[in-house]
Design a protein around this ligand. Structure first.
Ligand code: G6P
Ligand code: MG
Length: 216
């Protein structure tokens, strides 16, 4: 029996993926790295800011010190936060709010499992904070997805056993993390598709058989 659903944030509940890409692209352009593309961006989804930076830098041909990398990650975050100033409830992905409302009405606990350190800000700006019981984010963890830590912390905060939780994820790293946490996983979209999620849907707007999923 599923008692809690732990949602990834970027690309599942909110449309911030494009903002992440644009901020990384701006940084890449400044560094003269012109080979960074949307295809590379797929590998950044669900992984921490520093690991995402490594994806950008791997497309260039210079080695950076740890100190330089810290500055570059900080710079990208400044660009990203400028874009987040435009974010409001219009950034909520189709079906997401309705889905959270429906699950809460059924007595299901709602958790967030996102490696983003900006997750609390994003939840505030979109108003989704009002539909969430507990947040596990980049500020709570030491290991990024595909490590299961972010989902384990979410379950712990909700006071649930791992097998009582369902993870909803759109990224490859996130689906791996959910399975590694011994949780059921609902995969959203197509980017994780080399893997097997327990359930699949194109988006939260789709006709998802929640009765069956929650009973298992
Ligand atoms: C999410 C996104 C990643 C991003 C990570 C860290 O998981 O999918 O692309 O790198 O969060 O986000 P942050 O807001 O902390 O830089
Ligand atoms: Mg995601």
């Amino acid at each position: 029996m599923i008692k809690g659903v732990i949602f990834d944030l970027d690309g599942v509940l909110v449309s911030t993926d494009e903002m992440h890409f644009n901020a990384w692209k701006k940084l890449a352009d400044e560094l003269g790295i012109d080979k960074f593309t949307k295809e590379d961006n797929k590998r950044q989804k669900g992984v921490s800011r520093m690991n995402s930076l490594d994806v950008v830098l791997s497309k260039g041909n210079r080695i950076y010190t740890e100190e330089e990398k810290e500055e570059l990650a900080e710079r990208k975050n400044t660009y990203y936060k400028e874009l987040l100033e435009e974010l409001n409830e219009n950034g909520i992905l189709p079906g997401a709010k309705e889905c959270l409302k429906m699950l809460r009405q059924k007595g299901i606990l709602i958790g967030i499992g996102s490696v983003s350190k900006n997750a609390p800000l994003i939840l505030e700006r979109t108003g989704l904070i009002h539909y969430v019981d507990k947040i596990s984010c980049g500020l709570d963890i030491t290991r990024s997805k595909p490590d299961p830590q972010v989902f384990e912390v979410a379950a712990d905060k909700l006071g649930l056993k791992y097998e009582e939780c369902l993870v909803v994820e759109d990224s490859f790293a996130g689906v791996v993390a959910g399975k590694a946490a011994h949780m059921k996983v609902l995969g959203i979209g197509t980017e994780y598709k080399q893997l097997r999620a327990d359930y699949e849907a194109p988006g939260l707007w789709a006709d998802i058989n929640w009765e069956v999923i929650l009973e298992e």
